[in-house]
Design a binder for this molecule. Structure first.
Ligand code: NDP
Ligand code: GDP
Length: 328
């Protein structure tokens, strides 16, 4: 049988890079959607050493014709839709753009698949942000927890979640939602709190920066490693039937916990001295605590996270240390 073909949108992002590497290792031919830019963002793919192994197709989630062209050209066995305006913080200021890319972009892509390659399997990058502050009595989210999105980002992703289910139910397409909790890595965007912290911790350690301004230190996230989470995406598209799966570690830590662990990695114990509260980073509506129970992914996909919270923090700090330390 010829190699399988995967089409990955958001290929230049954190998850796009990890997923491309995984699929290439499995023998896939990987095609990536590249949005037009004066400076293409290949850093993440470079970091994982796979930039030259991916085939690129130019297009934009906002431009249905470009997605039709891409789908007709590639004829993929599997589509992983990772492209998004993915930063919650900016979604209040750019709510319309967030909606166009994250909601209508998914509709565009599903229509292209439905009309030209209806047997293509489809993965939608859904998010724990859709839960907002909903949880069960133990403070845990599952696939059955009611959604109550608390940002334009989360609302845009909820549309995408339901249109993905609707195309499965209406047209018999193989469509899955992965409801992924926060996942991080050395190539996480610098605007996200984990990477902002590890980058600043190293700069403070090396004398390049004095202090770190953060918003809410009390909110808690269920942080996992992106490299583990892309395996769950792949597994979702290898089943007999499509389904929706929550993907999480089951552990939760506060932003303060993350700071404490990251500063400790470089030998700084009195981390509070280096951190100040900057109201500019507080959000109009906060999501206080996420902790997911990924039993379905464990039972049906045989998926389990490998990297612990401590290992993740250390991996990210060590990578920033390597990146920022002066060459000998
Ligand atoms: P990133 O922000 O790192 O990557 C986003 C990608 O989308 C980039 O490749 C970007 O391209 C691309 N993109 C943005 N707008 C468009 C557009 N209009 N047309 C085409 N491409 C576009 O995100 P992550 O890798 O962290 O996340 C992957 C997906 O998973 C996203 O959908 C995110 O919302 C979702 N998710 C992420 C979680 C996480 O913790 N990381 C948790 C749950 C869900 P460019 O490089 O050119 O800007
Ligand atoms: P999110 O869960 O997708 O919004 O991921 P982020 O990494 O952007 O934010 C995680 C949590 O960190 C949220 O509760 C933020 O309010 C909190 N936070 C506190 N300070 C900051 C900050 O300076 N930047 C970001 N991005 N988040 C912060």
């Amino acid at each position: 049988m010829a190699d399988k073909k995967a089409f990955v949108t958001g290929v230049t992002g954190q998850d796009g890079a990890y997923l491309s590497k995984l699929l290439l290792e499995k023998g896939y031919r990987v095609y990536g959607l590249l949005q037009r830019s004066t400076r293409y963002a290949f850093e993440n793919l470079d970091y994982l050493g796979v930039t030259g192994d991916v085939d690129y197709v130019e297009g934009n989630m906002d431009d249905e014709a470009s997605l039709i062209n891409a789908i007709r050209r590639v004829h993929p066995d599997e589509v992983y839709n990772l492209a998004a305006q993915s930063f919650v913080g900016v979604s209040w200021d750019q709510a319309r753009l967030t909606t166009e890319v994250n909601s209508l972009g998914v509709l565009n892509l599903l229509n292209a698949i439905k009309n030209f390659t209806p047997t293509t399997r489809f993965y939608q990058a859904s998010t724990s942000e859709m839960f907002g502050n909903s949880a069960d009595e133990q403070g845990i989210q599952t696939e059955n927890t009611p959604f109550h999105p608390r940002s334009p980002y989360a609302i845009s992703k909820l549309y995408a979640y339901w249109i993905t289910i609707n195309y499965k139910e209406s047209f018999g397409m193989y469509c899955c939602n992965g409801i992924l909790f926060n996942h991080e890595s050395p190539i996480r965007g610098l605007e996200f709190v984990t990477r902002k912290i590890t980058d600043a911790v190293v700069r403070i350690k090396l004398g390049m920066q004095d202090r770190l301004g953060l918003g809410n230190l009390d909110s808690c996230r269920d942080w996992g490693f992106a490299g583990d989470y892309v395996e769950a995406m792949y597994l979702m598209l290898q089943q007999d039937d499509p389904d929706n799966y929550l993907v999480s570690t089951g552990n939760t830590h506060s932003i303060a916990d993350f700071c404490s662990a990251a500063f400790a990695r470089v030998g700084i114990e009195d981390w509070e001295k280096h951190v100040f509260i900057d109201p500019a980073f507080k959000r109009p509506a906060e999501l206080h605590r996420l902790r997911g129970h990924s039993e379905r992914a464990s039972e049906k996909l045989g998926w389990k996270p490998r990297v612990s919270f401590e290992e993740l923090v250390n991996m990210m700090v060590d990578a920033d240390l390597k990146r920022l330390s002066p060459a000998d």
